[in-house]
Design a binder for this molecule. Sequence first.
Ligand code: G
Ligand code: G
Ligand code: NA
Ligand code: MN
Length: 250
Amino acid sequence: RRLERDLRHAVNNDQLELHYQPLVDCAHLTVTGCEALLRWHHPERGPISPCTFIPLAEECGLIMQLGEWVLRTACRETASWPDDKIVAVNLSPIQFRQSDLADQILGILAETGLAPHRLELEITEGVLIEDTERVLATLKALKAHGIRISLDDFGTGYSSLSYLHRFPFDKIKIDRSFIWAMEENSDSMSIVRAVIALGRSLRITVTAEGVETPTQLAWLQAEDCDQAQGYLLGKPMSRADIATLWANAQ
Ligand code: G
Ligand code: G
Ligand code: NA
Ligand code: MN
């Protein structure tokens, strides 16, 4: 519970920071935007992974406040980027329990001046299982304002393909486990190829996660995958490093 108390303190005292990882267009290798990733530098314990503290925040309810901080900070920081660059923000399934989530997000866009089409929300398959009517209504309200919705870690959860036409996704992110297995395992390659084809026929952008090798990238390019993300193309970087990236790309 010590960690919980420290996290609460961190949220209230700006001890958190967002890093940004490039999302790259496969065909042209241009950076279309970035995914915001939360970082916590604990004063005594050093960096703590979101894999540790996000589940904790979800358990103790702090995720609402934390999630709002992430959205506000990401939108504020992105508003000063070149205006063709978008930001993708991860949402926890728990955040959908707030009945005013859509209003909260629209309020943050108005306050920070970020155009709605520059915000993409990443949700996981877990969101689609709970209270689907409410989730659907929230996603439709956000989409009606031009915000994009992305299905994260596709292929790892329990979702059925019927979700792909029930929910208004703009993007599917193929989980990195499939990308990593591609080189040794032809079944994984077939799955990735099938998801790319599915995305194309449903007019949903497909992003491959966790791209680490030139071989993976070359294959994704040959298969006409839309976008890629991974250490080969760019690691999560500080806000200052992202500003440098934009300056150098000019
Ligand atoms: O950045 P890293 O690989 O350490 O992230 C680990 C996990 O934490 C990933 O599953 C990622 O989606 C999640 N994560 C990172 N930042 C956020 C955030 O701002 N909100 C939520 N809900 N999850 C995040
Ligand atoms: O669950 P989600 O896809 O949001 O997780 C994002 C996390 O994945 C980020 O915290 C980032 O650090 C990590 N990540 C991104 N690209 C790579 C990669 O190429 N290799 C590995 N090992 N992790 C990655
Ligand atoms: Na994500
Ligand atoms: Mn992901």
